[in-house]
Design a binder for this molecule. Sequence first.
Ligand code: FES
Length: 80
Amino acid sequence: MKKRRTFIFACSGSDCKSNGAKAFADAIKGTISEKAFRGKFKLVKTKCMDCCKSGPVAVIKNELIKKGDLEQLVKELVLE
Ligand code: FES
């Protein structure tokens, strides 16, 4: 049976970029490469998701993570 991974979409649009999207994406990458999460998630960078005022944003399991809230994102990872 094929292994299934959950996608995490991180915005890399210009507004999010100026609010720290790169650091947020790097933090996500670092978190999902930890032993507990390894191989279960895939980070995909996207264009603007039209939530610029809440940037940097990411989406996991239809849940919008606003303001680069890594803690909320980790909660979603754990619920997986
Ligand atoms: S630039 Fe990220 S939501 Fe628009």
